[in-house]
Design a protein around this ligand. Structure first.
Ligand SMILES: Cc1ncc(COP(=O)(O)O)c(C=O)c1O
Length: 369
C-alpha cells in the first residue's frame, strides 16, 4: 500500500467538514493590542457580548476554596442541575447542562440531523447553527428576516418539508438583538419539528419560553451562563426540554462535559442572584442610554435590542473602516464580513457608563468615510 504524502491528507477529511467556513471569533486582546499599539488596560472590549461587570465575587471564593481537581465531575450534574432548575422554575429532570450552550447546539445536531436533513434558520442569526448543522451534512433553509429583522413564522411553516428536523430561533437574536414575541414561536411549534429557542440573552429580555417546555414536547430552550452570569470563560449552558427528549442527549453527551470549576461557579453564581440581577439591571439601563446617544449620530441606524448589545447600521461610509478606526482608539466592537446583509452593521456590547461615553465621543469625532 503506498502512503500518500502528508500534504494530501486533506482527501481523508469528510466532505461536510471540508465545506465548512470557519467561525470567525472576535479578536483576542493580544491581537487588539498589536493593532492599536495600546495595552490591555487601555482597550475597551465591546465585541463579544461579555458582561463587563464580571461574575459574582462568590464565584472566585468558591473556586479558591476548591483545593484539588483530581476527581472527575458528577456526570449527572445532580447538584448543579438542581440549582439551575430551581432558578429556571422547572423540574431538574427537564435540564441538562453543557460546556456552554455551544456544546448543546452541537448535541442537538448530533441527536437529530442526518445527511440531507433540513434546518430552518431565520437569517441573519447565530453563526454556529450552520456550522454544526453543516457538519452533519444537513441543508440550511435560510429565511431572511424583514427590514426590522423580525421573523415571519408563516414563512417558517411554509418552508417545512419532510426533511425538516430543526427550526432555530435565537431569541433575542444575535447579532441583531431582535426579540421575537411568544405567539410567533408558538405558531412555529405547530410545525411538529424541534423548535430550538436559543435564549442565551434571556435575562436581558422581556419574556422567556423556558417553562413552556412542560407543555410542548417539541420545544427546546437553550440558556447560557456566559452573558448575564458573566461566566463566558467558565463555559456553562443549559438545555431545557421534556424528559423523553433529553433522554437522547444523556445517551450521547460526553460523561464529564460540565467541569468541576463550571459546577462550582454556576452554583456560587446562583447563590448570589441579587448580585447578578443588579448587574443585569445596570446593563439594561445602560443599553437604553447607549441607544439614545447612538440615535443622535447621524450616520448610524440603531435597532431595538433585547440583549446586552446593540446592532447599528452604518449608513454612510464603511462599517469595517469605522470599526478599524475605533480599534485605533482602543475601542473594539464587532464587525461581520459576512453575510452581505450585515456587512454595514456593527454589534456593540453594552459596557459601563464610562465605556458608553468614550465610545460615543469617538463616534462623534470620527467622520465616516
Ligand atoms: C445566540 C447565541 N447562542 C449561543 C451562544 C453560545 O453561548 P455559550 O457561551 O453559552 O456557548 C451565543 C454566544 O454568543 C449566542 O449569541
Amino acid at each position: 500500500m503506498s502512503v500518500e504524502p502528508r500534504a494530501t491528507l486533506d482527501h481523508l477529511v469528510r466532505p461536510a467538514v471540508a465545506r465548512i467556513s470557519p467561525y470567525v471569533p472576535a479578536e483576542t486582546m493580544a491581537e487588539l493590542c498589536a493593532a492599536s499599539g495600546l495595552t490591555p488596560a487601555e482597550i475597551i472590549k465591546l465585541d463579544a457580548n461579555e458582561n463587563v461587570y464580571g461574575s459574582s465575587p462568590a464565584v472566585a471564593r468558591a473556586l479558591a476554596a476548591q483545593g484539588s481537581y483530581h476527581i472527575y465531575p458528577d456526570p449527572e450534574q445532580t447538584e448543579t442541575r438542581a440549582a439551575v432548575a430551581r432558578y429556571l422554575g422547572v423540574p431538574a429532570a427537564n435540564v441538562l447542562l453543557g460546556n456552554g450552550s455551544d456544546e448543546l447546539i452541537h448535541l442537538l445536531t448530533l441527536v437529530y440531523l442526518d445527511s440531507g436533513d433540513e434546518v430552518i434558520d431565520f437569517t441573519p442569526s447565530f453563526a454556529m447553527y450552520p456550522i454544526y448543522s453543516g457538519l452533519m451534512g444537513a441543508r440550511m433553509v435560510c429565511l431572511p428576516r424583514d427590514d426590522a429583522f423580525a421573523l415571519d413564522p408563516e414563512a417558517g411553516l411554509r418552508a417545512v418539508s419532510d426533511r425538516t428536523k430543526i427550526i432555530f430561533v435565537a431569541n433575542p437574536n444575535n447579532p441583531t438583538g431582535t426579540f421575537t414575541p411568544r405567539e410567533a414561536i408558538l405558531r412555529l411549534l405547530e410545525s411538529g419539528r424541534i423548535v430550538v429557542v436559543d435564549e442565551a440573552y434571556a435575562e436581558f429580555a422581556p419574556d422567556s419560553l423556558v417553562r413552556d417546555v412542560l407543555r410542548y414536547d417539541n420545544l427546546v430552550v437553550l440558556r447560557s451562563f456566559s452573558k448575564w452570569a458573566a461566566l463566558a470563560g467558565v463555559r456553562a449552558g443549559a438545555i431545557v426540554a421534556q424528559e423523553h427528549v433529553l433522554a437522547h442527549f444523556w445517551k450521547i453527551k460526553s460523561p464529564f462535559n460540565l467541569t468541576v470549576p463550571a459546577m462550582l461557579a454556576v452554583q456560587a453564581a446562583l447563590d448570589d442572584l441579587a448580585y447578578l440581577q443588579n448587574t443585569v439591571e445596570r446593563v439594561k439601563r445602560e443599553r437604553e442610554r447607549l441607544a439614545s446617544l447612538l440615535h443622535q449620530i447621524d450616520y448610524l441606524r440603531v435597532y431595538p435590542s433585547a440583549g446586552n448589545f446593540l446592532y447599528v447600521e452604518v449608513t454612510r461610509g464603511s462599517a469595517a473602516r469605522l470599526r478599524a478606526r475605533l480599534v485605533q482608539r482602543g475601542i473594539s466592537v464587532r464587525h461581520f464580513a459576512a453575510p452581505e446583509r450585515i456587512v454595514q452593521g456593527l454589534r456593540i456590547t453594552v459596557g459601563t457608563p464610562e465605556h458608553t461615553d468614550r465610545l460615543v465621543a469617538a463616534l462623534r469625532d470620527l467622520s465616516p468615510e
